[in-house]
Design a protein around this ligand. Structure first.
Ligand code: AMP
Length: 618
């Protein structure tokens, strides 16, 4: 049943349920939607508060959880019961995180190196999935409060380097929070979408997404082809971010006032005070030349120049990562056409300056770097909801994808359960002499005949130069990116005539529909095999008739009268057999015709004709 919602701008009722975009971050998380009126992406926030929800969960002595700003307050006062950076534990075993164990101020269970980690709070144990689900639940509740409508569907972003286990863990966290996770999207892909990259189907672009947050740094090189995002390489440092900038300032002040490490560790109030002032200073220096504040009777100050000198080595580290990512993608820096900035720490002017110098171009920083990933997720959600008809989004993994070949047969290019992203190409040829165009019809499903499957799109490859049947080489390629967008391209390789699909978008299938299609394919498997065999025999018969006729016209001089009469008779027999739905009869008649024509075919082997006889045709 459709849910009824309320339009946030007008208060009017709206029918369709919204799919929200969620950036589930290491430090902060947020929800965004496409505004139903303006059609623009919008980060959700309550009046007078930030849209950022700190990704922190605090448990009180009764085991009750609070999330966000409230929980963050306990980071210093109740570290054992305050869980931050749960995202770093997603899909990890203790072995994976052993090296950085000291980073976590709460108890990470270490009695089994191989098993997935759990966090202990009092007598309770939580998996990173549980912890992420608390954050997602909070985001869901906030979104519902602001939108005044139930929110049950979401697109959630993850780092491009997340493996299958980590993606699945994120999906599970969503499910636990009561969300139907429509898609997991790469964070750099979402950021690119927020800048409108990849929305123009024609464009081909290579871009870099530089993401410097509070605690992590990621660089991703993406190639966007016809709306398909391909991750060429990723690099980064999972323990480098704005927090390290703050730390350099704290150390600078400690030096200045002769505060030792021991003193700092023993005096929580001092350490937290300095850390908070340092972050304040850093933010202030993004827009001013000097920072100064009274603290415990002393004057804490720092100039922008000094700050830049302190953080220079940290930024240099990120640039090394960028160079490594370029090397892995086998690209020269000059081949990067666009650079997108993500993460709060890219507000630091020196970061922008260095990155722009490295890539030799101005960087994109127009969209709020804290919101850009969530906004992109909202755009993706909107595409999934079918509101953006420019895109075809498929749940491709559960069903095979292919094209229609002669006789209405399904030729599968990407088998069901294939991993995405993927690119598959196959060559086809023409059926008739001088055939100038070829229809490419794309289907999804498991049945042998396309009529029993689901048509997704269709287009014509036109402008194929006149050639004998069987000579043109048409390569049909299927491209599916991690987000499930499909682009079909056809190219005649001799003439280089090329066309990509005019997609007529349709929605992905529901689980029930997929199940039904699979069940049908099993029930009809026997019939399908028989029908396929018949269609193949008919196609072969028709082709042989056509080829024989052509052969006779071309080579009449080398064939005697008796041979001609025998051939004509055999052709007639085959023609008749084709009108009956009897595969065996057709095959017998094909054999008989072949017997008669074989001797003179051998006499005058024509490369083009034999090639065509062998070729596959659409
Ligand atoms: P994120 O993980 O993307 O939410 O980024 C948070 C980081 O961005 C924190 O380290 C913040 O201190 C930092 N940040 C936020 N605003 C600014 C600013 N105006 N200048 C410098 N850093 C900032």
């Amino acid at each position: 049943m459709a849910k009824i919602g309320i339009n946030i701008a007008t208060g009017s009722l709206q029918q369709a349920e919204m799919i929200v975009g969620i950036d589930l971050g290491t430090t902060n998380s947020l929800v965004a939607i496409i505004h139903p009126e303006t059609k623009k992406p919008l980060a959700l926030k309550e009046h007078n508060s930030s849209c950022l929800v700190p990704s922190v969960v605090h448990f009180d002595s009764f085991g009750n959880a609070t999330v966000g700003e409230e929980a963050k307050k306990y980071l210093e006062t109740d570290p054992a019961n305050t869980i931050f950076s749960a995202k770093r534990l997603m899909g990890k075993s203790y072995n994976d995180i052993k090296q950085n164990a000291s980073f976590f101020t709460y108890k990470v269970i270490d009695n089994d190196d191989e098993k997935l980690v759990k966090v202990q709070v009092g007598k309770q144990f939580f998996s990173p999935i549980d912890l992420s689900s608390f954050i997602l639940k909070e985001l869901k509740a906030r979104a519902e409060h602001i939108l005044k409508t139930p929110v049950t569907k979401a697109v959630i972003t993850v780092p491009a380097y997340f493996n299958d286990a980590q993606r699945q863990a994120t999906r599970d966290a969503g499910k636990l929070a009561g969300l139907d996770v429509m898609r997991i999207v790469n964070e750099p892909t979402a950021a690119a979408l927020a800048y409108g990259l990849g929305l123009d189907k024609e464009s081909e672009k290579t871009i870099a997404v530089y993401d410097l947050g509070g605690g992590t740094f990621d660089i991703s090189i993406l190639k966007i082809t016809n709306g398909i995002f391909e991750v060429l390489s990723t690099n980064g440092d999972t323990y480098l971010g704005g927090d390290d900038f703050d730390r350099t300032i704290v150390e600078y002040w400690m030096n200045e006032f002769g505060i030792t490490n021991d003193e700092l560790h023993q005096n929580k109030e001092l350490s937290q005070g300095l850390r908070l002032r340092a972050e304040e200073a850093k933010k202030h220096l993004s827009f001013n030349d000097i920072f100064s504040v009274e603290f415990n009777g002393d004057n804490l100050s720092i100039s922008k120049n000094k700050f830049e000198e302190l953080i220079q080595p940290l930024i240099a580290k990120t640039l090394d990562c960028c160079n490594n990512a370029l090397k892995d993608a086998k690209l020269d820096v000059s081949e990067i056409e666009t650079v997108v900035m993500v993460g709060g720490s890219t507000r630091v002017p020196l970061v922008k300056k260095f990155v722009s110098e490295l890539f030799n171009q101005p960087v994109h920083d127009e969209v709020n770097p804290d919101e850009v990933v969530a906004l992109g997720a909202a755009i993706q959600a909107d595409i999934l909801a079918g509101n953006n008809k420019e895109f075809l989004l498929l749940d491709i993994t559960p069903l095979s994808l292919g094209i229609e070949t002669m006789g209405g047969l399904m030729d599968v290019l990407i088998a069901r359960n294939s991993k995405i992203p993927t690119k598959v190409g196959r060559q086809y040829t023409t059926q008739k002499d001088g055939q100038g165009s070829m229809r490419i019809s794309v289907y999804q499903g498991e049945r042998d005949l396309v009529k029993d499957n689901r048509k997704l799109a269709e287009f014509n490859l036109t402008g194929i130069p006149g050639m004998p049947a069987g000579l043109p080489k048409v390569e049909v390629s299927f491209l599916i990116n991690a987000d499930g967008i499909l682009v079909v391209k056809a190219k005649e390789l001799r003439s280089e005539v090329e066309q990509s699909i005019e997609v007529r978008p349709q929605y992905g299938l529901t689980d029930e529909e997929v199940e039904k299609m699979l069940l049908e394919s099993i029930t009809h498997a026997k019939d399908d095999i028989a029908i396929r065999a018949l269609v193949e025999a008919k196609t072969e018969g028709e082709q042989i008739l056509e080829m024989t006729e052509k052969f006779l016209t071309k080579n009449s001089s080398i064939i005697n009268k008796d041979e001609l009469i025998a051939t004509a008779q055999a052709m007639q027999n085959l023609q008749l057999a084709l009108t009956m739905n009897d595969k065996n009869l057709i095959q017998t008649k094909i054999e008989e015709l072949n017997e008669i024509t074989r001797p003179f075919a051998e006499r005058a082997m024509d490369a083009a004709v034999s090639g065509a006889l062998k070729g596959k045709t659409i």
